[in-house]
Design a protein around this ligand. Sequence first.
Ligand code: ADP
Length: 515
Amino acid sequence: MTRGLRFRLTASYALFFAVLLIGVAVLFRARLESTLNSQVRETLNEQWAAMKGYLRIEKEHEKDPDEKAFWYHDTEDPDEVTIVLNIKLISLITDANGKVITEGEVPDQNKAGAPGPAVSATYEDIGIDPPAQIQARVAALLKPNTAKSFWTERRNSEGGRFMIRGGVVWDQRHRLPYYVALGMPLTRYTNILRGYTWIYAGMIPAALILSLLLGWIMAGRALTPVVAVAQAAQRISGSNLSLRIPTRQSGDELDYLVLTFNRMIERLESSFQQMKQFSADVSHELRTPITAIRGQLEVALFTAKTTEQYREAMFNALQDTDRLSQIVRALLLLSQAESGQLVLQKSRLDLCEVARDLVEQFQIPAEAAGVCLTADLPAACAVNGDRVQVERMISNLLSNALKFTPEGGQVWVRLKPSAERVEIVVEDTGRGIPTEYLPHIFDRFYRVPGSGTAPGPEQGLGLGLSFVAWIVKAHGGKIEVDSTPGAGTRFTVKLPAEGVSAETMELTGQPATLA
Ligand code: ADP
């Protein structure tokens, strides 16, 4: 199941969702933390400003050796009392050396309690900063062009977090600097953050489960048509290739897949059709001479009386046997060629020499047919090819040209070499091929209707051009045919010149259709 598409889709969806959720949570937490932090700092700054209004550091009596901290406020005003108490709740006042100074009793203010050191109990719990640290801070704060406040985070004995703001306050006569530190508990701040973290941590698994569920359902829905397509495809077999998978008309990728699949089936069907046609053709082709042989033998056996009649029947039977073995040989060769068993023996080949020899060989049948056969060849023209096959190719084209050109006609063989390719042209002034038959002439057993007489030794097998097409293809070339009924036909074979690969050879024109 884990290898199924549905599972993998769901898992990727959930994973993506989880990463997104965690990413958002982390980002949001950082943002929340910084907002809360700046809120605390703002409150502490406000307290600092208020502190400056109430605190005075001065000598109680002229003769006193040290100055004291006095908090001036109206003890009758509950608001002021709260404000000062709030400020003093977490506070520390020392001199520039870090020694905690004494809190003085403000006259006329009816202040209760004995004056003590200017440090609150909470601050003591957090821990009074060591004198050396305070000295360093005061020195840093007094430097020109530096920050006028010092921020730090501390913890008390129970681990509670506090934000501390330190700074310098001058005595009343502005002679001596004093260090004042005010603090604020971060309990509220940490509680909010913790609450948020818990809520989110609880939400993530729930959201994940939900996304897994949703993903599973969505992936299932998306894949349902795929299953339907697979089931439809299963119904298609070798015997019912005419079946097609119905498209859903949604224009999506799946429809595209179905269309591609249907096109593939179409091609398969046509190949199957061709194969069937081929076997039918083969049996038909073989049956014709066999029936003829049988007929001739029967004639010899039952009706022939004279030696002459026997001889004639035997001669006819022999001719048909020849044709039979010719067909079988050609078929065997073609099937070997198309199944890749016929390996080309390629070598450097002078096409001019091959063409010249063939033209010479065909002069006698040409003269017998009253056709003028001419060659127009350059001095030399090299290709990389299999001599036997190239000869077979040219001779098939030549014999067709002679066969379909009436007396008094002309046949030309021309070679046109260029840097990239060599063109072999076999042209005649024969009967030509009607355009509608042109696409089929390279098919096996195809003969243009009306091109031959009754089946007999003169009629072609309809295999010659199939061979030519295969040879051209095996040499990385292309073949074109150009024909005008009643005026003549021109076959042009383009082969890559020696040293040029078939891919680099730029061939124009329509390639031959191979059976
Ligand atoms: P065949 O053995 O019958 O010649 P091919 O495969 O060589 O078979 O040719 C297929 C058909 O193409 C021929 O039957 C003929 O009708 C037509 N054909 C081929 N070459 C020519 C040509 N030069 N002129 C006219 N028709 C041709």
